[in-house]
Write a protein that binds this ligand. Sequence first.
Ligand SMILES: C[S@@+](CC[C@H](N)C(=O)[O-])C[C@H]1O[C@@H](n2cnc3c(N)ncnc32)[C@H](O)[C@@H]1O
Length: 249
Amino acid sequence: MTSQNKKTHFGFKEVNEKDKAQMVRGVFSSVASKYDVMNDVMSFGIHRIWKNSMMDWLSPQPNQKLLDVAGGTGDISFRFLKRAPTAHATVFDMTQSMLDEGQLRSEAEKIENHLDWVCGDAMCLPFKDNSFDVYTISFGIRNVTHPEKALSEAFRVLRPGGRLMVLEFSQIPNPSMQWAYDKYSFNIIPPMGKIIANDSESYQYLVESIRKFPNQEKFLEMVSNAGFSNAKYRNLTMGVACLHSGWKI
Ligand SMILES: C[S@@+](CC[C@H](N)C(=O)[O-])C[C@H]1O[C@@H](n2cnc3c(N)ncnc32)[C@H](O)[C@@H]1O
């Protein structure tokens, strides 16, 4: 099979690898203006608790340089800057309309001087080696065509002593809870997407993509394989989401 015809998944569909990034961009361009409200509604606000847990574990420090990849509308960067107001955050995302929404929010919160907004692909970062103290990716890496390439780019741009933290949906070890969660995800979230964002297909993709993502242990191995030391994870809400942490030593 030539590299042009290599296949990958887009939710439960099989697609050409070369088309996936454009399809993912289509999803987030479509939902950008309703992204934040949909997050609150479909998670009952719990995504805020998960993002705050990420900050608790990261413990942002003064003057740190954060690269927030797949940063979307800036939720992670905003939280980081709230805890370390002298830090600097670069929100990096491949969907310009998500960044545009975030920029509007940053102006409203008057923190725009501590932020950069850069459009591009996590698999090919336009930054020098060893240039950030912290790399975060929240609910982004499962959308990347080759997550291992994103992790190796994370390792490259972090300085020695720098930290990676990934927040992502994961797998619930308890089968009856997984059953209930599947019922909710597949039956409620896409129709909710239709009502709020006028787009059920994008939310169908989002719930399918969660099921395709590696479980906690497999992803931990990927983090270690990318070169990170002391790789660990913490389940959130019994494994509905998970934080993975690693250090570039
Ligand atoms: C679910 S949103 C997460 C936004 C934000 N980090 C949050 O936690 O609310 C996923 C984001 O990942 C971005 N994304 C997906 N694949 C990407 C890639 N290969 N490179 C950069 N950004 C990507 C999308 O454009 C989208 O804004």
